[in-house]
Design a protein around this ligand. Sequence first.
Ligand code: FMN
Length: 182
Amino acid sequence: MVLHLDCTVREGSRTRQLAQAYLKDKQQVTHLDLIDLDIKPLTREMLDKRTYLLEHGMLQDPMFDMARQFASADEIVISAPFWDGSFPSVLKVYIENIYVIGIVSDYTPEGAPYGLCKADKLTYITTAGGKYIPDFSYDYIRTVFENNFGIKESRLIKAEMLDIEGFDCEAILSETISRMQN
Ligand SMILES: Cc1cc2nc3c(=O)[nH]c(=O)nc-3n(C[C@H](O)[C@H](O)[C@H](O)COP(=O)(O)O)c2cc1C
């Protein structure tokens, strides 16, 4: 199963357009529209509940459904526009919710994290109004997904300069789509 984490928000989103082109020939795609999921940042009550469940080995609790879905996916595809030098905050909220020790990640006795996820590939799709800077978006996601979740390989698909006068947005998007298919 390909798990598509859609973090796009705008009607007619260009990032979503690229993701649709990337996913069009894939079998068994599960789309999660993160904004519509109504997920919440971890509160004290949620953390207390999570700690209790983990201390009692209750990994099958519905609280961990999303984490188990994430851990069992064969490929993860993220579509996230470049916002404020990063990605929409709902993606961080999603990560807080699925980052469950014992399901997606664990630690060696020396304290080093290692992954428990099945996926061997992460594809991160983004578009930017100006120049795309990966430091606090793709680079952060790749680091966590590879080092902590165990995903072996990551790929960035980006289209940039889409809001800058003089740049042909449609041409940049078409070029990105042809490049991603090679
Ligand atoms: C809330 C918000 C924040 C943005 N921040 C940046 C930014 O930091 N750098 C940039 O180059 N473009 C920024 N943009 C422009 C978007 O990256 C650009 O329009 C992108 O293509 C939007 O993707 P979408 O069409 O999928 O919504 C921002 C746009 C919005 C709505």
